[in-house]
Design a protein. Structure first.
Length: 299
């Protein structure tokens, strides 16, 4: 009996020790021991540095990284769904080393600095956390949420000129996809075709862009008898952007895309160029999310 009680007491104290050391263990796992010494009260910033590492190349200008840190922190607090999606992007120390190679220490230090120097700051709109989408680069202009989605809840997500995005890495990409593969990937939203048509498959004449939004992204298109959105087509084919055009090829459908990402909110490429030009993170955020404000919360 005494041995049973003694074992339970030992287990209880062991649990308390693990609970007390857990933040430190997680911080070491993400950033290494030296990176977290003396930072027990800053675990939120440690996590955010790991997420920044997953969402950027780490070599950004510090003000661009700060803007990204505020956006990510805002999304972490906004909804539980967004929180889990963003936490999944958090890189471990090993992943950071693999991603950055010899620039690991330099980039990690910058991510930690960006997280720490914006600690507690989020984007705020109408007494709550703002929706703050972002993408790698636009086609030269970001998209207006109300125009595209018909949602008036986010009047601060409007079309913004980003001409410097046209010089972004992999800005223009060409994809050649066989028609049968397109039919397979889009099957979920394709309407039923005549049996003969279904058996023969699609050809170039079955693809038509019918409407663009004001920023040049495909808003409505036709696949055979199916009318769908450019975003549906992009998602199904895993295209980098829904700003695209079609070209005929004997080997399938040739699709040229411009930009990387959905095109809403902050363009990371333009944010980086703005930072190079001397803009601070507050100015960058106000450009892309005009009408929101910086708000400080306890992390």
């Amino acid at each position: 009996m005494r041995d049973t009680i003694r074992n339970k007491i030992k287990l209880f104290f062991a649990f308390l020790i693990i609970l007390f050391l857990l933040p430190y263990i997680i911080s070491v796992f993400i950033n290494g021991k030296n990176a977290v010494q003396g930072a027990d009260s800053d675990n939120a910033s440690v996590y955010l540095a790991g997420i920044l590492a997953g969402e950027t190349d780490g070599g950004y200008e510090i003000e661009a990284l700060k803007a990204q840190a505020v956006v990510l922190r805002t999304e972490l607090y906004r909804t539980e769904k967004e929180k889990q999606t963003i936490l999944d992007k958090c890189l471990t120390q090993t992943q950071m080393k693999k991603k950055w190679g010899p620039k690991y220490e330099e980039n990690l230090k910058k991510c930690q600095q960006a997280a720490q120097e914006t600690k507690g700051f989020v984007l705020w709109y109408h007494e709550t956390f703002a929706w703050a989408p972002f993408h790698q680069s636009s086609n030269g202009k970001t998209r207006d949420v109300q125009e595209v989605l018909g949602n008036a809840d986010y009047p601060y997500i409007t079309a913004k000129e980003c001409p410097l995005d046209k010089a972004a890495e992999d800005e223009i990409q060409v994809h050649l996809i066989e028609y049968k593969e397109i039919q397979k990937r889009c099957r979920e939203f394709l309407v039923a075709e005549e049996q003969k048509k279904a058996e023969n498959g699609y050809g170039y004449e079955d693809f038509e862009i019918q409407e663009w939004d004001s920023s040049g992204y495909v808003r409505k298109m036709r696949i055979g008898e199916t009318i769908c959105t450019g975003d549906q087509f992009r998602d199904a084919l895993k295209l980098p952007s829904s700003s695209f055009s079609f070209y005929e090829s004997p080997h399938g459908l040739k699709i040229a895309t411009v930009g990387k990402g959905h095109g809403f909110g902050m363009s990371q490429w333009t944010a980086q160029e703005m930072a190079k030009d001397g803009k601070n993170y507050e100015e960058i955020l106000q450009y892309f999310y005009e009408g929101t404000e910086l708000h400080h919360i306890d992390e």
